[in-house]
Design a protein around this ligand. Structure first.
Ligand code: GLU
Length: 428
């Protein structure tokens, strides 16, 4: 039977629980979400027709604090995927030690097919559907794939209308004009960047000698490309959902960004649709690559920063990078993990690598509740501290328990969740 996102989560969970030896009751609580909310959202399209989209909010665990996690708009965002992502959120908040549980939401649809009015309508309807289940002390949503600060602003506005309240801490990832935090937009990439810097410092490596391939040029992948380029790394490949480019000599992400804005694609400088200017590509030493090819290119650091399930038992053996920094959620399957481990490739797992986003969400929530405004410097330095503390805890556990970094990150997080459940008296 083919694996699913949730079965992949459970497979890693089972392997790590072997070592933690929880009771049957504890194991049960760690293996399934506490609440699954689902409904259908009806939308009147601009042309007058009615459509319905499945919508979900999965609340995995709140032993450590209010449920926390983004809302994803994607055709593949079904219940199984949202469950897996909710579980990963519970572990992510625990691994960085912020006082939240884990949740995730999704609307199963293609937002690229909607007008701005339709998008706003769907976003407000989502809040109305789950208004009783969410709130600043209950469950705090945030952006995820295809949801932007604009969407967060509509959602906060709708929540405040529905509850007749002033609730800046209802949702994070808001625009600066409506209760956002400085540094939230770049936080996921920033957190990953701090980890990578620490990793290469400890290995006495020099950014100038390191080649990086990044899959995904959205908010996370695109921002990471800029940070790495500015720090002296050579970006050899970049891609978006339509494909990417490769240059052994290096790519300037600023240029790519300009063309992406103009043409809608990272290959825009060389190609229009499937027609490419081969001459220009040759002159610049650039070749076109698919998203699958990108993963197998010669490089030192591979950064999957798009969707899940891209590094599998089918391609793991051909990966040439020494390090994989998972900025996407769930990019590597458990089978691929085993192959990568045998090959000596170090994987810095999603729940650690991409935890910068939810960490600055926590800072935004704190600011929303206190009415304070933190400076960019404060956000940056607190984020660095949180990320490096988490990294240290994971590295130590990996070393002590002879585990992969993924298993160590799971172990650190699960232990913290278990401790909170025991302290609350949920389990003996
Ligand atoms: N969607 C992001 C994640 O997967 C951020 C969640 C948040 O800020 O609550 O980590």
């Amino acid at each position: 039977m083919a694996s699913t996102p949730f079965s992949r989560f459970q497979s890693t969970l089972t392997a790590v629980l072997e070592k933690l030896k929880p009771t049957t009751e504890e194991r049960k609580l760690l293996s399934e979400p506490q609440h699954v909310h689902q409904t259908k959202i009806a939308l009147k399209r601009d042309d007058g027709t009615m459509v319905e989209y499945p919508a979900f909010r999965v609340q995995f665990n709140n032993a450590r604090g209010p449920y926390k996690g983004g809302i994803r708009y994607h055709p593949a965002a079904d219940l199984d995927e949202v469950k897996a992502l909710a579980a990963l959120m519970a572990l992510k908040t625990a691994v960085v030690g912020i006082p939240f549980g884990g949740a995730k939401g999704g609307i199963q649809m293609d937002p690229k097919k909607l007008s701005k009015r339709e998008l706003q309508e769907v976003s407000r309807a989502y809040v109305r559907a789950f208004v009783k289940q969410m709130g600043p002390d209950i469950d705090v949503p945030a952006p995820d794939v295809n949801t932007t600060p604009f969407v967060m602003a509509w959602m906060r506005d709708e929540f405040e209308k529905q509850t007749n309240s002033y609730s800046p801490a209802f949702i994070t990832g808001k625009p600066m004009a409506f209760g956002g935090s400085l540094g939230r937009d770049t936080a996921t990439a920033r957190g990953g960047f701090f980890l990578l810097q620490e990793l290469i410092d400890r290995q006495a490596l020099d950014p100038a000698e390191l080649k990086v391939a990044i899959q995904g040029f959205g908010n996370v992948g695109g921002t990471m490309a800029h940070f790495l380029h500015n720090a002296g790394y050579t970006i050899v490949s970049l891609s978006d959902s339509q494909g990417g480019i490769y240059s052994a000599e290096g790519i300037d992400p600023v240029r790519i960004e300009k063309y992406k804005r103009k043409t809608g694609s990272v290959t825009g400088e060389y190609c229009e649709g499937s027609v490419c200017d081969i001459q220009k590509m040759k002159m610049d030493g650039v070749t076109k690559v698919t998203n699958e090819q990108l993963l197998e290119l010669p490089c030192d650091i591979l950064i999957p920063a798009a969707l899940d399930n891209v590094i599998t038992e089918k391609n793991a053996d051909r990966i040439q990078a020494r390090y994989i920094l998972e900025l996407a959620n769930g990019p590597t399957t458990p089978e691929a993990d085993q192959i990568l481990e045998k090959k000596g490739i170090r994987v810095i797992p999603d729940i650690l690598s991409n935890a910068g986003g939810v960490t600055v969400s926590y800072f935004e929530w704190v600011q929303g509740r206190s009415g304070e405004q933190w400076t960019a410097e404060r956000v940056d330095s607190e984020l660095k501290r949180v990320m490096l503390d988490a990294y240290k805890a994971v590295r130590r556990t990996a070393y002590r328990e002879k585990m992969s970094y993924r298993h160590a990150a799971f172990a650190v997080a699960l232990k913290r969740i278990l401790d909170a459940m025991r302290a609350r008296g949920w389990v003996a």
